[in-house]
Design a protein. Structure first.
Length: 94
């Protein structure tokens, strides 16, 4: 699915929902890194291929590149990720 077909949540909402973005080893593919997005309660909401995201950002040093990658991700949180989070929240309330 391309970015044109995916609807993203507003950046301001992403700031309220996203708690952390963590670089991790892919569970099923050796030597592949992913950037996992967690909500403020530590629940995984979506993930991105680290190589794809890092190819889209630049910076003078590693820390700047990491910040740019997180900033890019904050603009690309798909609506379906939030839908899943809301569904999970509703189920836990029932």
């Amino acid at each position: 699915m391309s970015d044109d077909e995916v609807k993203f949540i507003p950046y301001e909402l992403a700031l309220k929902v996203v708690g952390n973005v963590v670089e991790e080893e892919h569970l099923h593919e050796m030597n592949r890194r992913i950037l996992t997005v967690y909500d403020k309660h530590g629940k995984e909401i979506c993930w991105y291929d680290a190589e794809e995201i890092l190819a889209e950002v630049t910076g003078p040093d590693e820390e700047s590149i990491k910040k740019a990658a997180v900033e890019l991700i904050m603009h690309k949180i798909p609506e379906w990720a939030l839908d899943d989070l809301l569904d999970s929240f509703k189920k836990n309330k029932a």
